[in-house]
Design a protein around this ligand. Structure first.
Ligand code: RB5
Length: 142
C-alpha cells in the first residue's frame, strides 16, 4: 500500500520510526514532512497530505502532532478527507470499521510509540463495516 505521512515538530521521532516499520511491512511511504524538530505549524504539512489523498496519489494517510487535534482539524477541512483521531487500539479499530477514516491521526505527546504502532496496525487491517455507517458518513459533507 502507498501511505502518506505528515507531522509537525512533535511528531518527527514517531514519523521516522513508523516509516521504518511500515517499509519493513512492505508498504511504500511518502513523506510530507517535517523532518525538523524546530517549531513549525502543523497545517503546513496537513494540507499537502490531504491533497495527495484526495488526488489518489497515496491510498491512505497518517498524521502526527502533539495532541493530534491540529492535524485532525486541518485535514477535515478537505471534502475528500475523513481524518480520525485515535488514542488507543480499540479507537483505531472503530475509526476504520465505523468511520472509514482515510487518514489516521495520532497524538505523539499522549501515546507511547508502542501504542502508535498498535493503532496503525489495527487501522490498516480493519475493514469498513458499511451499512448504517455508510449512511452516516454520507451525511458528513456539507
Ligand atoms: C505543538 O506545540 C502542538 O501545538 C501541536 O503539535 C499540536 O498538539 C496541535 O494540535
Amino acid at each position: 500500500m502507498k501511505i502518506g505521512i505528515c507531522n509537525d515538530h512533535a511528531g518527527v521521532e514517531y514519523k521516522q520510526k513508523l516509516t521504518k516499520y511500515l517499509k519493513g511491512k512492505g508498504h511504500e511511504v511518502v513523506n510530507f514532512g517535517t523532518d525538523s524538530t524546530d517549531s513549525c505549524d502543523y497545517s503546513d504539512f496537513a494540507h499537502p497530505l490531504a491533497y495527495a489523498v484526495e488526488r489518489g496519489e497515496v491510498e491512505l494517510g497518517i498524521a502526527i502532532c502533539g495532541t493530534g487535534n491540529g492535524m485532525a482539524m486541518t485535514l477535515n477541512k478537505h471534502q475528500g478527507i475523513r481524518a480520525g483521531l485515535a488514542w488507543n487500539t480499540a479507537v483505531a479499530h472503530l475509526v476504520a470499521e465505523h468511520n472509514a477514516a482515510n487518514v489516521l491521526v495520532v497524538p505523539a505527546r499522549f501515546a507511547s510509540y508502542r501504542m502508535v504502532v498498535s493503532m496503525v496496525r489495527e487501522w490498516l487491517q480493519t475493514d469498513f463495516a458499511g451499512g448504517r455507517h455508510q449512511r452516516r458518513i454520507d451525511k458528513i459533507p456539507l
